[in-house]
Design a protein around this ligand. Structure first.
Ligand code: URA
Ligand code: ZN
Length: 382
């Protein structure tokens, strides 16, 4: 039954074409290759400006489809909706970004369309998020052509994007025709961080990747989402389907504060049709939060939206079940591999256990978060 599938909607790949580009470069982002004293190839990924510890070890799990399928099998994942990992095409000149986006979208379609089908259902195991050439100086025509391309590739059901847009963020009005086209095509937009926040915030000690990944990434998502709320994108494009990485970062925790600050600000107080908390209920969030209390809290917050619809007199308390319908399981594979050999990856097991133990989620709610919600959102059964 499709509603019982385990579907991973937050799982990445560096397609071979993209990995080759990273290998050809010697500044961030790039892959540095060397040979170890015992003659083995050692490849390191350097994608952050202040990449600690000489880069992260990378190998076939980052580009080889067989490795993705093996990982899925090991963790009981039936279907994955795969996206290119950060920093996408952000660092390329416009013409190269356009060409590479189009080639990588075709590559990803091939990656998905030739994947095996499930044993008991006529559903492929791999679907994808395409890429737009979101870089400064790109033309709107180029972006719209790429939205069209993605929407005609049958296994691409959305697109992933970072937070910079064409250099002016995601609240840039010049992106309006692009949102309109994405909305019309029914594609899901997966908003994912890459830049974090100013590294000066992290102090001088070497704490590895902990602070940029645990805090910088979700803060970036929080900031860009707040800006998008402030620009009223959901008032203009009410059917847009936006999926936020890492359970929306700190946005659920800060949404009432955001709403209050808007209400007290003469510049924005009359800009939006609804209270800021209303728009949270229109988002989809991954369930990559690693703890049941966090998932429960996030689902409470998303479920309150109706209460904040302009003119609404609804006063009921948060409804966890309702909120759970907007949340979807993810792994962030191939990032966060275990540091020492374990059968299953702790990062995956923890997220599955978290879903399983949220107080107030019924068995049907949990099935929804594990996969049923993804089957509906991405029309996977079609
Ligand atoms: N590290 C990254 O660079 N990207 C992710 O998506 C997760 C961890
Ligand atoms: Zn990710």
């Amino acid at each position: 039954m499709a509603s019982k599938l385990l579907v991973d909607i937050h799982t990445h790949v560096y397609l071979p074409r993209y990995a080759a580009l990273l290998r050809s470069r010697s500044t961030v982002p790039f892959i540095r290759s060397s040979t170890t004293s015992d003659g083995k190839l050692d490849e390191r990924l350097l994608i952050l400006d202040h990449e600690p510890s000489g880069g992260r070890p990378v190998g076939p799990q980052y580009w080889d489809r067989e490795e993705k399928l093996k990982f899925m099998d090991k963790h009981g994942i039936d279907v994955s909706v795969v996206s290119t990992a950060n920093p996408w095409l952000d660092f390329l000149p416009a013409s190269q970004a356009h060409t590479l986006a189009s080639e990588m979208n075709e590559d990803l379609e091939e990656y998905c369309s030739t994947s095996p089908t499930l044993q008991n259902l006529p559903i492929r195991r791999l679907f994808g998020f395409g890429l737009l050439p979101l870089v400064p100086e790109i033309t709107t025509t180029s972006l719209l052509d790429t939205v069209k391309q993605i929407s005609r590739l049958p296994h691409l059901r959305g697109l992933i994007m970072g937070t910079r847009g064409v250099g002016k963020g995601l609240d840039d009005e010049s992106l309006d025709p692009v949102w309109a086209a994405i909305e019309a095509a029914g594609l899901v937009v997966f908003i994912h961080p890459h830049y974090g926040v100013d590294p000066k915030a992290w102090g001088d000690k070497d704490n590895g990747h902990v602070l940029p990944l645990a805090l910088g990434f979700p803060f970036e998502t929080t900031i860009v989402s707040a800006l998008r709320h402030l620009c009223g994108v959901f008032d203009r494009y009410p059917s847009l389907r936006l999926l936020l990485a890492h359970s929306g970062g700190a946005l659920p925790q800060l949404s009432s504060r955001l709403a209050s600050c808007i209400d007290h600000d003469p510049v924005v107080a009359s800009r939006l049709k609804h209270d800021a908390r209303y728009y949270l209920g229109k988002l989809y969030l991954d369930a990559v939060a690693y703890g049941p209390e966090e998932l429960g809290f996030v689902s409470d917050v998303i479920s309150r939206a109706g209460r904040y619809q302009a003119g609404s007199s609804v006063t009921e308390a948060a409804n966890r079940s309702l909120g759970s319908r907007r949340m979807l399981f993810g792994t962030d594979h191939p990032f966060f591999p275990p540091l020492s050999a374990t059968e299953k990856w702790t990062s995956v097991v923890e997220n599955l256990e978290a879903i399983d133990t949220v107080q107030g989620w019924s068995p049907a709610d949990k099935d929804g978060v594990r996969g049923g919600n993804a089957v509906s959102l991405f029309n996977l059964a079609e």
